[in-house]
Ligand binder design. Sequence first.
Ligand code: ZN
Length: 443
Amino acid sequence: MAENRESFENLNQKLLAFVDNSPTSFHAVEQMKIMLEQAGCMRLREGESWKLKEGAGYYVTRNDSSLIAFRIPKRDFIGFQIMASHSDSPALKIKANAEIQIEKKYVKLNVEKYGGMLCSPWLDRPLSVAGRIVVRTSEGVATKLVNVDRDLLIIPSLAIHLNRKVNEGYEYNAQRDLLPLLGGPEAKDGFLKQIAREAQVEEEDILDTDLFLYNRMKGTVLGLNGEFIAAPRMDDLQCVFGSLMGFLKAGPKDSVAVHCVLDNEEVGSSTKQGADSTFLRDVLRRIHFAMGRSEEAYLMALASSFMVSADNAHSIHPNQPDKADPTNRPFMNEGIVIKYSANQKYTTDAVSGALFKAICDKAEVPYQVFFNRSDMLGGSTLGNISNSQVALNTVDIGLPQLAMHSCYETAGSRDTAYLVRAAQVMYSSSVQGAGDGMYRLNW
Ligand code: ZN
Protein backbone atom coordinates (compact mmCIF):
# COMPACT_ATOMS: atom_id res chain seq x y z
CA MET A 1 0.00 0.00 0.00
CA ALA A 2 2.80 2.39 0.99
CA GLU A 3 4.51 1.65 -2.30
CA ASN A 4 1.27 2.33 -4.15
CA ARG A 5 0.87 5.68 -2.48
CA GLU A 6 4.46 6.53 -3.36
CA SER A 7 3.75 5.86 -7.03
CA PHE A 8 0.59 8.01 -6.96
CA GLU A 9 2.58 10.88 -5.42
CA ASN A 10 5.38 10.51 -7.92
CA LEU A 11 2.98 10.57 -10.85
CA ASN A 12 1.10 13.58 -9.45
CA GLN A 13 4.33 15.55 -9.13
CA LYS A 14 5.15 14.74 -12.77
CA LEU A 15 1.64 15.81 -13.79
CA LEU A 16 1.98 19.11 -11.90
CA ALA A 17 5.34 19.80 -13.56
CA PHE A 18 3.81 19.03 -16.97
CA VAL A 19 0.89 21.41 -16.31
CA ASP A 20 3.18 24.10 -14.92
CA ASN A 21 5.36 23.94 -18.05
CA SER A 22 2.29 24.02 -20.34
CA PRO A 23 0.66 27.45 -19.91
CA THR A 24 -0.72 27.22 -23.50
CA SER A 25 -1.42 24.49 -26.08
CA PHE A 26 1.86 25.43 -27.84
CA HIS A 27 3.81 24.76 -24.66
CA ALA A 28 1.94 21.50 -24.02
CA VAL A 29 3.02 20.28 -27.46
CA GLU A 30 6.60 21.39 -26.75
CA GLN A 31 6.60 19.40 -23.46
CA MET A 32 5.29 16.30 -25.25
CA LYS A 33 7.95 16.61 -27.96
CA ILE A 34 10.67 16.59 -25.31
CA MET A 35 9.20 13.54 -23.54
CA LEU A 36 8.64 11.64 -26.80
CA GLU A 37 12.17 12.31 -28.03
CA GLN A 38 13.61 11.19 -24.69
CA ALA A 39 11.70 7.93 -25.26
CA GLY A 40 13.27 7.51 -28.72
CA CYS A 41 10.32 8.64 -30.86
CA MET A 42 11.38 10.29 -34.11
CA ARG A 43 9.98 13.51 -35.49
CA LEU A 44 8.11 13.50 -38.78
CA ARG A 45 6.99 16.56 -40.72
CA GLU A 46 3.78 16.83 -42.70
CA GLY A 47 5.69 18.50 -45.55
CA GLU A 48 8.15 15.63 -46.01
CA SER A 49 7.92 12.05 -47.25
CA TRP A 50 7.59 9.45 -44.47
CA LYS A 51 9.69 6.32 -44.26
CA LEU A 52 8.45 4.21 -41.38
CA LYS A 53 9.81 1.04 -39.76
CA GLU A 54 8.05 -1.71 -37.85
CA GLY A 55 8.68 -1.47 -34.12
CA ALA A 56 9.51 2.27 -34.19
CA GLY A 57 7.80 5.31 -32.60
CA TYR A 58 7.16 8.66 -34.31
CA TYR A 59 5.38 11.96 -33.79
CA VAL A 60 4.12 14.79 -35.97
CA THR A 61 2.67 18.20 -35.07
CA ARG A 62 0.30 20.59 -36.80
CA ASN A 63 0.29 24.34 -36.05
CA ASP A 64 2.64 23.55 -33.12
CA SER A 65 -0.51 23.16 -31.03
CA SER A 66 -1.73 19.65 -31.98
CA LEU A 67 0.39 16.49 -31.86
CA ILE A 68 -0.03 12.88 -32.92
CA ALA A 69 2.45 10.24 -31.76
CA PHE A 70 2.31 6.62 -32.87
CA ARG A 71 4.16 3.36 -32.42
CA ILE A 72 4.05 0.65 -35.08
CA PRO A 73 4.07 -2.96 -33.86
CA LYS A 74 6.91 -5.30 -34.81
CA ARG A 75 4.67 -7.26 -37.18
CA ASP A 76 1.98 -6.44 -39.74
CA PHE A 77 -0.80 -4.56 -37.97
CA ILE A 78 -4.55 -5.07 -37.67
CA GLY A 79 -5.78 -1.56 -36.87
CA PHE A 80 -5.29 1.54 -34.73
CA GLN A 81 -5.70 1.93 -30.97
CA ILE A 82 -6.20 5.66 -30.45
CA MET A 83 -6.56 7.89 -27.42
CA ALA A 84 -7.53 11.50 -28.21
CA SER A 85 -7.47 14.44 -25.80
CA HIS A 86 -7.20 18.22 -26.17
CA SER A 87 -4.35 20.65 -25.57
CA ASP A 88 -6.32 23.88 -25.10
CA SER A 89 -8.18 25.36 -22.13
CA PRO A 90 -10.43 28.42 -21.79
CA ALA A 91 -8.38 31.58 -21.29
CA LEU A 92 -8.23 35.29 -22.06
CA LYS A 93 -6.46 36.04 -25.33
CA ILE A 94 -4.61 39.30 -25.89
CA LYS A 95 -5.79 41.38 -28.84
CA ALA A 96 -3.57 43.38 -31.18
CA ASN A 97 -2.84 46.99 -30.14
CA ALA A 98 -3.58 45.77 -26.64
CA GLU A 99 -2.54 48.68 -24.46
CA ILE A 100 -5.27 50.93 -23.07
CA GLN A 101 -4.34 53.95 -20.95
CA ILE A 102 -6.65 55.09 -18.16
CA GLU A 103 -6.33 58.77 -17.32
CA LYS A 104 -2.59 58.49 -18.05
CA LYS A 105 -2.25 56.67 -14.70
CA TYR A 106 -2.80 53.04 -15.60
CA VAL A 107 -1.97 50.79 -18.53
CA LYS A 108 -4.29 47.80 -19.02
CA LEU A 109 -4.52 45.24 -21.82
CA ASN A 110 -7.36 44.58 -24.22
CA VAL A 111 -8.32 40.89 -24.19
CA GLU A 112 -11.10 38.64 -25.44
CA LYS A 113 -12.46 35.32 -24.22
CA TYR A 114 -11.16 32.05 -25.67
CA GLY A 115 -13.66 29.29 -24.88
CA GLY A 116 -16.46 28.98 -22.34
CA MET A 117 -14.73 30.06 -19.16
CA LEU A 118 -15.85 30.65 -15.60
CA CYS A 119 -14.94 34.34 -15.34
CA SER A 120 -14.73 35.09 -11.62
CA PRO A 121 -11.73 32.83 -10.81
CA TRP A 122 -9.57 34.95 -13.14
CA LEU A 123 -9.94 38.00 -10.87
CA ASP A 124 -7.66 39.04 -8.00
CA ARG A 125 -4.80 36.63 -8.67
CA PRO A 126 -1.37 37.02 -10.26
CA LEU A 127 -1.43 36.35 -13.99
CA SER A 128 1.14 36.33 -16.75
CA VAL A 129 1.36 35.96 -20.52
CA ALA A 130 2.41 33.03 -22.71
CA GLY A 131 1.91 31.82 -26.27
CA ARG A 132 3.72 32.26 -29.53
CA ILE A 133 4.87 35.20 -31.59
CA VAL A 134 5.70 35.29 -35.27
CA VAL A 135 8.76 37.31 -36.24
CA ARG A 136 10.25 38.54 -39.48
CA THR A 137 13.45 36.75 -40.53
CA SER A 138 15.77 37.11 -43.52
CA GLU A 139 14.01 34.17 -45.23
CA GLY A 140 10.40 34.82 -44.24
CA VAL A 141 8.66 34.54 -40.90
CA ALA A 142 9.34 32.27 -37.93
CA THR A 143 7.34 31.25 -34.84
CA LYS A 144 8.75 31.51 -31.32
CA LEU A 145 7.35 30.36 -27.99
CA VAL A 146 7.12 32.94 -25.23
CA ASN A 147 6.40 32.62 -21.53
CA VAL A 148 6.87 35.65 -19.29
CA ASP A 149 7.74 33.59 -16.23
CA ARG A 150 6.87 36.07 -13.49
CA ASP A 151 3.81 37.66 -11.87
CA LEU A 152 2.92 40.38 -14.36
CA LEU A 153 -0.78 41.26 -14.41
CA ILE A 154 -3.93 41.29 -12.28
CA ILE A 155 -7.66 41.74 -13.00
CA PRO A 156 -8.96 43.56 -9.92
CA SER A 157 -12.52 43.06 -8.66
CA LEU A 158 -14.69 46.08 -7.96
CA ALA A 159 -14.96 46.64 -4.18
CA ILE A 160 -18.23 45.51 -2.63
CA HIS A 161 -18.82 49.10 -1.45
CA LEU A 162 -19.15 50.13 -5.09
CA ASN A 163 -21.65 47.36 -5.93
CA ARG A 164 -23.49 46.18 -2.81
CA LYS A 165 -25.57 43.69 -4.81
CA VAL A 166 -22.65 41.82 -6.36
CA ASN A 167 -23.18 38.70 -4.23
CA GLU A 168 -26.73 38.36 -5.51
CA GLY A 169 -25.34 37.41 -8.92
CA TYR A 170 -23.16 39.30 -11.35
CA GLU A 171 -23.00 39.28 -15.12
CA TYR A 172 -19.41 39.71 -16.29
CA ASN A 173 -18.93 41.98 -19.28
CA ALA A 174 -15.78 40.74 -21.03
CA GLN A 175 -14.96 44.14 -22.52
CA ARG A 176 -15.36 45.97 -19.22
CA ASP A 177 -14.66 43.57 -16.35
CA LEU A 178 -11.91 41.23 -17.56
CA LEU A 179 -9.14 43.56 -18.76
CA PRO A 180 -5.90 42.98 -16.82
CA LEU A 181 -3.88 45.80 -15.27
CA LEU A 182 -0.31 45.88 -16.58
CA GLY A 183 1.21 48.86 -14.76
CA GLY A 184 1.34 52.57 -13.97
CA PRO A 185 2.05 55.49 -16.32
CA GLU A 186 5.60 54.31 -17.07
CA ALA A 187 4.27 50.97 -18.40
CA LYS A 188 3.06 52.76 -21.56
CA ASP A 189 4.40 51.11 -24.75
CA GLY A 190 6.07 48.51 -22.54
CA PHE A 191 4.01 45.39 -23.24
CA LEU A 192 5.42 44.37 -26.63
CA LYS A 193 8.88 45.49 -25.53
CA GLN A 194 8.63 43.01 -22.65
CA ILE A 195 7.51 40.25 -25.04
CA ALA A 196 10.36 41.06 -27.44
CA ARG A 197 12.90 41.00 -24.59
CA GLU A 198 11.53 37.70 -23.36
CA ALA A 199 11.76 36.16 -26.87
CA GLN A 200 15.13 37.82 -27.57
CA VAL A 201 13.92 39.49 -30.74
CA GLU A 202 13.54 43.09 -31.88
CA GLU A 203 10.13 44.56 -31.13
CA GLU A 204 9.72 45.83 -34.71
CA ASP A 205 10.28 42.27 -36.02
CA ILE A 206 7.18 40.96 -34.23
CA LEU A 207 4.61 40.66 -37.02
CA ASP A 208 1.85 38.88 -35.11
CA THR A 209 1.05 37.10 -31.85
CA ASP A 210 -1.09 34.34 -30.29
CA LEU A 211 -0.70 35.34 -26.64
CA PHE A 212 -2.88 34.29 -23.69
CA LEU A 213 -3.17 35.18 -20.03
CA TYR A 214 -2.48 32.32 -17.64
CA ASN A 215 -2.93 31.75 -13.92
CA ARG A 216 0.39 31.92 -12.03
CA MET A 217 -0.85 29.80 -9.12
CA LYS A 218 1.05 26.50 -9.00
CA GLY A 219 -0.74 23.18 -8.80
CA THR A 220 -0.83 21.33 -5.47
CA VAL A 221 -1.98 18.13 -3.77
CA LEU A 222 -4.49 18.87 -0.99
CA GLY A 223 -7.11 17.33 1.32
CA LEU A 224 -6.70 15.78 4.77
CA ASN A 225 -5.14 12.68 3.25
CA GLY A 226 -3.90 14.18 -0.01
CA GLU A 227 -7.08 13.11 -1.80
CA PHE A 228 -7.17 15.91 -4.35
CA ILE A 229 -4.94 17.55 -6.90
CA ALA A 230 -5.72 21.14 -7.89
CA ALA A 231 -4.08 23.03 -10.74
CA PRO A 232 -4.78 25.17 -13.79
CA ARG A 233 -5.88 23.45 -17.05
CA MET A 234 -6.65 20.01 -15.56
CA ASP A 235 -9.27 19.88 -18.34
CA ASP A 236 -7.71 18.47 -20.38
CA LEU A 237 -3.99 18.30 -19.54
CA GLN A 238 -4.70 15.56 -16.97
CA CYS A 239 -5.95 13.33 -19.81
CA VAL A 240 -3.19 14.51 -22.17
CA PHE A 241 -0.58 13.53 -19.58
CA GLY A 242 -2.29 10.21 -18.71
CA SER A 243 -2.57 9.32 -22.38
CA LEU A 244 1.10 10.16 -23.03
CA MET A 245 2.38 8.21 -20.02
CA GLY A 246 0.30 5.18 -21.03
CA PHE A 247 1.61 5.50 -24.60
CA LEU A 248 5.24 5.62 -23.43
CA LYS A 249 4.77 2.47 -21.29
CA ALA A 250 2.82 0.50 -23.91
CA GLY A 251 4.13 -2.27 -26.17
CA PRO A 252 1.83 -2.48 -29.21
CA LYS A 253 1.63 -6.02 -30.59
CA ASP A 254 -1.09 -6.17 -33.27
CA SER A 255 -2.26 -2.58 -33.76
CA VAL A 256 -0.65 0.82 -34.13
CA ALA A 257 -0.82 2.82 -30.86
CA VAL A 258 -1.85 6.44 -31.57
CA HIS A 259 -1.60 9.19 -28.95
CA CYS A 260 -3.55 12.11 -30.39
CA VAL A 261 -3.76 15.58 -28.81
CA LEU A 262 -5.80 18.21 -30.64
CA ASP A 263 -6.14 21.96 -30.16
CA ASN A 264 -9.24 24.15 -30.21
CA GLU A 265 -11.70 21.75 -28.52
CA GLU A 266 -12.86 24.68 -26.38
CA VAL A 267 -13.92 26.70 -29.43
CA GLY A 268 -15.64 24.01 -31.50
CA SER A 269 -12.69 22.05 -33.00
CA SER A 270 -13.22 23.36 -36.54
CA THR A 271 -9.68 24.63 -37.18
CA LYS A 272 -7.03 23.02 -39.38
CA GLN A 273 -5.52 21.41 -36.25
CA GLY A 274 -8.80 20.62 -34.40
CA ALA A 275 -10.80 17.40 -34.07
CA ASP A 276 -12.95 18.45 -37.04
CA SER A 277 -9.87 18.74 -39.28
CA THR A 278 -8.20 16.12 -41.44
CA PHE A 279 -5.17 15.86 -39.13
CA LEU A 280 -5.94 12.45 -37.58
CA ARG A 281 -7.25 11.02 -40.87
CA ASP A 282 -4.21 12.28 -42.77
CA VAL A 283 -1.81 10.72 -40.25
CA LEU A 284 -3.59 7.33 -40.22
CA ARG A 285 -3.62 7.22 -44.03
CA ARG A 286 0.02 8.18 -44.27
CA ILE A 287 1.03 5.49 -41.79
CA HIS A 288 -0.84 3.07 -43.96
CA PHE A 289 0.63 4.09 -47.29
CA ALA A 290 4.15 4.43 -45.87
CA MET A 291 3.88 0.76 -44.84
CA GLY A 292 2.96 -0.13 -48.43
CA ARG A 293 -0.67 -1.05 -47.76
CA SER A 294 -3.69 -0.60 -50.01
CA GLU A 295 -6.75 1.66 -49.71
CA GLU A 296 -8.90 -1.38 -49.00
CA ALA A 297 -6.52 -2.49 -46.26
CA TYR A 298 -6.91 0.99 -44.74
CA LEU A 299 -10.69 0.64 -44.58
CA MET A 300 -10.33 -2.87 -43.14
CA ALA A 301 -7.97 -1.47 -40.49
CA LEU A 302 -10.52 1.19 -39.49
CA ALA A 303 -13.11 -1.56 -38.93
CA SER A 304 -10.70 -3.17 -36.47
CA SER A 305 -9.72 0.01 -34.63
CA PHE A 306 -10.79 1.56 -31.34
CA MET A 307 -10.73 5.16 -30.17
CA VAL A 308 -10.91 6.53 -26.65
CA SER A 309 -11.90 10.19 -26.54
CA ALA A 310 -10.44 11.31 -23.19
CA ASP A 311 -11.76 14.59 -21.86
CA ASN A 312 -12.39 15.35 -18.20
CA ALA A 313 -15.80 14.70 -16.62
CA HIS A 314 -17.82 16.24 -13.77
CA SER A 315 -17.48 14.76 -10.31
CA ILE A 316 -20.46 15.15 -7.95
CA HIS A 317 -20.12 18.64 -6.42
CA PRO A 318 -19.98 18.61 -2.59
CA ASN A 319 -22.17 21.75 -2.29
CA GLN A 320 -24.58 20.99 -5.13
CA PRO A 321 -24.89 17.20 -5.31
CA ASP A 322 -28.36 17.49 -6.89
CA LYS A 323 -26.87 18.90 -10.11
CA ALA A 324 -26.06 15.36 -11.26
CA ASP A 325 -27.98 12.33 -12.50
CA PRO A 326 -29.80 10.52 -9.66
CA THR A 327 -28.47 7.01 -10.35
CA ASN A 328 -25.06 7.56 -11.96
CA ARG A 329 -22.85 9.32 -9.44
CA PRO A 330 -19.17 9.78 -10.39
CA PHE A 331 -16.77 10.76 -7.61
CA MET A 332 -13.10 11.71 -7.68
CA ASN A 333 -10.69 8.85 -6.89
CA GLU A 334 -13.26 6.23 -7.86
CA GLY A 335 -11.95 5.65 -11.33
CA ILE A 336 -12.31 6.58 -14.97
CA VAL A 337 -15.68 8.02 -15.99
CA ILE A 338 -17.43 6.60 -19.08
CA LYS A 339 -19.76 9.25 -20.53
CA TYR A 340 -23.10 8.48 -22.15
CA SER A 341 -25.67 10.62 -23.95
CA ALA A 342 -28.71 9.27 -25.82
CA ASN A 343 -28.41 12.12 -28.33
CA GLN A 344 -24.80 11.01 -28.96
CA LYS A 345 -23.17 14.20 -27.70
CA TYR A 346 -20.84 11.51 -26.42
CA THR A 347 -19.92 8.69 -28.77
CA THR A 348 -20.23 5.87 -26.23
CA ASP A 349 -22.66 3.10 -27.13
CA ALA A 350 -23.13 -0.32 -25.58
CA VAL A 351 -20.32 -1.85 -27.69
CA SER A 352 -17.67 0.84 -27.13
CA GLY A 353 -18.68 1.15 -23.46
CA ALA A 354 -18.34 -2.61 -22.99
CA LEU A 355 -14.98 -2.73 -24.79
CA PHE A 356 -13.64 0.04 -22.56
CA LYS A 357 -14.94 -1.71 -19.42
CA ALA A 358 -13.13 -4.86 -20.53
CA ILE A 359 -9.94 -2.82 -20.99
CA CYS A 360 -10.32 -1.32 -17.47
CA ASP A 361 -10.88 -4.78 -16.00
CA LYS A 362 -7.75 -6.06 -17.72
CA ALA A 363 -5.84 -3.05 -16.33
CA GLU A 364 -7.40 -3.63 -12.87
CA VAL A 365 -8.64 -0.05 -12.86
CA PRO A 366 -12.04 1.10 -11.47
CA TYR A 367 -14.53 2.84 -13.75
CA GLN A 368 -17.81 4.68 -13.22
CA VAL A 369 -20.53 6.11 -15.41
CA PHE A 370 -21.75 9.63 -16.22
CA PHE A 371 -25.04 10.77 -17.67
CA ASN A 372 -26.36 14.33 -17.64
CA ARG A 373 -29.53 14.92 -15.66
CA SER A 374 -32.33 14.45 -18.18
CA ASP A 375 -33.41 18.09 -17.66
CA MET A 376 -29.92 19.53 -18.22
CA LEU A 377 -27.76 19.95 -21.28
CA GLY A 378 -24.12 18.92 -20.84
CA GLY A 379 -20.97 19.85 -22.70
CA SER A 380 -19.70 18.04 -25.75
CA THR A 381 -16.23 16.78 -26.56
CA LEU A 382 -13.95 15.63 -29.36
CA GLY A 383 -15.21 12.10 -29.96
CA ASN A 384 -18.22 12.69 -32.15
CA ILE A 385 -16.57 15.62 -34.00
CA SER A 386 -13.55 13.50 -34.85
CA ASN A 387 -15.85 10.67 -35.98
CA SER A 388 -17.09 12.81 -38.85
CA GLN A 389 -13.52 12.70 -40.21
CA VAL A 390 -12.49 9.16 -39.23
CA ALA A 391 -15.41 6.92 -38.34
CA LEU A 392 -14.26 4.56 -35.61
CA ASN A 393 -15.69 2.57 -32.77
CA THR A 394 -15.31 5.27 -30.07
CA VAL A 395 -15.91 5.66 -26.35
CA ASP A 396 -16.04 8.97 -24.48
CA ILE A 397 -14.33 8.95 -21.11
CA GLY A 398 -12.67 11.38 -18.70
CA LEU A 399 -11.35 11.78 -15.19
CA PRO A 400 -13.78 13.22 -12.62
CA GLN A 401 -13.10 16.80 -11.58
CA LEU A 402 -14.70 19.89 -10.03
CA ALA A 403 -14.85 23.49 -11.24
CA MET A 404 -14.47 22.65 -14.92
CA HIS A 405 -13.39 25.72 -16.95
CA SER A 406 -12.24 27.63 -13.88
CA CYS A 407 -8.60 28.73 -14.15
CA TYR A 408 -7.90 26.41 -11.17
CA GLU A 409 -9.59 23.01 -11.20
CA THR A 410 -9.73 20.16 -8.67
CA ALA A 411 -9.41 16.45 -9.50
CA GLY A 412 -8.68 13.18 -7.70
CA SER A 413 -5.09 12.40 -6.75
CA ARG A 414 -5.48 8.68 -7.61
CA ASP A 415 -7.28 8.96 -10.93
CA THR A 416 -4.35 9.95 -13.17
CA ALA A 417 -2.65 6.65 -12.35
CA TYR A 418 -5.85 4.78 -13.30
CA LEU A 419 -5.87 6.48 -16.69
CA VAL A 420 -2.19 5.70 -17.29
CA ARG A 421 -2.80 2.01 -16.60
CA ALA A 422 -5.93 1.81 -18.76
CA ALA A 423 -4.17 3.71 -21.58
CA GLN A 424 -1.18 1.39 -21.43
CA VAL A 425 -3.44 -1.68 -21.79
CA MET A 426 -5.52 -0.03 -24.54
CA TYR A 427 -2.45 0.97 -26.58
CA SER A 428 -0.97 -2.52 -26.22
CA SER A 429 -4.14 -4.35 -27.28
CA SER A 430 -6.18 -4.69 -30.44
CA VAL A 431 -9.91 -4.99 -31.17
CA GLN A 432 -10.85 -7.16 -34.13
CA GLY A 433 -14.36 -6.66 -35.43
CA ALA A 434 -15.47 -8.53 -38.54
CA GLY A 435 -18.95 -7.02 -38.55
CA ASP A 436 -20.72 -10.11 -37.16
CA GLY A 437 -21.40 -8.67 -33.67
CA MET A 438 -18.24 -10.23 -32.27
CA TYR A 439 -15.31 -8.09 -31.16
CA ARG A 440 -12.11 -9.96 -30.34
CA LEU A 441 -9.85 -8.29 -27.80
CA ASN A 442 -6.22 -9.38 -28.13
CA TRP A 443 -4.01 -8.29 -25.25
ZN1 ZN B 1 -12.21 19.34 -22.04
